[in-house]
Design a protein around this ligand. Structure first.
Ligand code: CAA
Ligand code: FAD
Length: 379
């Protein structure tokens, strides 16, 4: 693995940092407080190419590698994890899934718009009774000849009310178990498709998370991704890459909190000196920096495996497992370094601490990452 970033990588990183500092930082506290979706900012992210970074330029994407994506995700997440989850879902679940497994017609119709951010997408696997246990799909896609009749409920769907295109996983043939599951492209506005109220969340409050209800929605057969019964593998394969994005999000949350802690420790005085002069604070910073560096290397390694066409299921799961723990630990310590000021909104670290928690839950909980890793180790 080459640890040297190329000029292109550095340019992407710098552009993402600049965007985060100038466009996302102003207003991030208010958006969190009022659960306001960063609509204008997401539009600009699309214009700058952050929503279809890895998509082939012939479909309107940036044609970049996964390392560039990780670097950009880190910078955006340092400031606004609500914006970066939109970016992550659109890039690594929706665009990647469609580009890898969709047919040419589907790519022309949907991917070209998703890659440029003209529209955004959602990935719909979880259900009220099927989260970690994802094969237990209750949503049904009954084969009716030239269309599927979709019935059921998805919950916790990111971009739930802002997406135009939804990749929905549903059971067609129960007798075949996970091999009877399909992935369907559902358009917003299809008859029988309803969007539930926005969830009131602990963190990533600017992102819009909703339940989706499908009642006799007729989805044309041409909207199925891949062969009949490929839907569960589609979801698993897509999530393997998605987890690298969420690992990078966790890394960004951690490094954002760390940077704030360093800055504050050099400004705040206690007992006649900057608190950074107290060894207890220095040791906290040393631990944070070491953990962040290790998380960054795991993220880059998983990205490198993906870019070099090696298996990245295990390395992506390891990156997510580790980086999400580092995000939790670092943000808790960053609040501590800030003392009472860390407990109020103006100093940002309390938000980062709340945002960190979700990285241990979505795209597979930490326990699920351990299942993925240990199965690979033991096979
Ligand atoms: N690529 C392709 N196929 C894969 C795969 C992968 N990475 N991983 C598993 N599969 C295949 C298996 O080969 C198997 O197929 P065969 O039987 O034909 O070989 C099939 O999938 C079923 O696999 P398992 O037997 O391993 O299934 P399981 O029931 O034991 O569950 C699991 C495995 C890893 C726990 C899985 O259910 C899982 O990942 N659960 C977590 C769900 C999750 O991550 N949800 C995230 C929702 S999206 C989201 O959260 C977005 C967001 O927040 C922003
Ligand atoms: P459960 O599966 O019920 O798990 C509960 C607890 O039991 C967890 O600690 C879990 O780790 C543990 N557990 C379960 N099974 C095992 C086991 N075999 N061994 C050990 N421990 C186990 N989903 C989507 O499809 N699309 C999205 O866009 C999306 N966005 C989300 C956004 C937010 C804000 C949230 C909160 C969730 C989102 N999700 C999304 C859903 C998310 O992926 C699930 O919440 C997650 O996979 C866990 O499922 P669950 O909530 O049903 O928990």
């Amino acid at each position: 693995m080459n640890f040297q970033l190329t000029e292109e990588h550095l340019a992407v990183q710098a552009a993402a940092r600049e965007f985060a500092q100038t466009e996302l930082l102003p207003g991030v506290i208010e958006r969190d407080e009022h659960q306001k979706f960063p609509a204008e900012q997401i539009k600009k992210m699309g214009e700058l190419g952050f929503l279809g970074m890895m998509v082939d330029p012939k479909y309107g994407g940036g044609g970049m590698d996964t390392i560039s994506y990780v670097l950009a995700m880190e910078e955006i997440s340092k400031v606004d994890a609500s914006a970066s989850v939109v970016m992550s879902v659109n890039n690594s679940l929706v665009c990647w899934g469609l580009e890898k497994y969709g047919n040419e017609e589907q790519k022309q119709k949907y991917l070209t718009k998703l890659a440029t951010g003209e529209i955004i997408g959602a990935f719909c696997l979880s259900e009220p009774e099927a989260g970690s246990d994802a094969t237990s799909q209750r949503t049904t896609a009954e084969d009716k000849g030239d269309y599927y009749l979709l019935n059921g409920t998805k919950n916790w769907i990111t971009n739930g009310s802002t997406a135009s295109v939804y990749l929905v996983i549903a059971q067609t043939d129960v007798a075949k178990g996970h091999r009877g599951i399909n992935a369907l492209i559902v358009e917003r506005g299809m008859e029988g498709f309803q969007i539930g109220p926005k969830e009131n969340k602990l963190g990533i409050r600017g992102s819009d998370t909703h339940s989706l209800m499908f009642t006799d929605v007729k989805v044309p057969k041409e909207n199925r991704i891949g062969e009949d019964g490929f839907g569960f593998k589609f979801a698993m394969s897509t999530l393997a890459g998605g987890r690298i994005g969420i690992a990078a999000q966790a890394l960004g949350i951690a490094s954002g909190a760390f940077e704030l802690a360093v800055k504050y420790s050099k400004e705040r005085k206690a007992f006649g000196v900057e608190i950074a002069k107290h060894q207890a604070i220095q040791f906290k910073l040393a631990d944070m920096a070491t953990n962040i560096e290790a998380a960054r290397l795991l993220c880059l390694q998983a990205a490198y495996h993906k870019d070099s066409h090696q298996d990245y299921g295990k390395s992506g799961a390891m990156a997510k497992l580790f980086a999400s723990k580092v995000a939790m630990d670092t943000t808790v310590e960053a609040v501590q370094v800030h003392g009472g000021y860390g407990f109020v909104k103006e100093y940002h670290v309390e938000r980062l601490m709340r945002d960190a928690k979700i990285t241990q839950i979505y795209e597979g909980t930490s326990e699920i990452q351990k299942i993925v890793i240990s199965r690979e180790l033991l096979k």
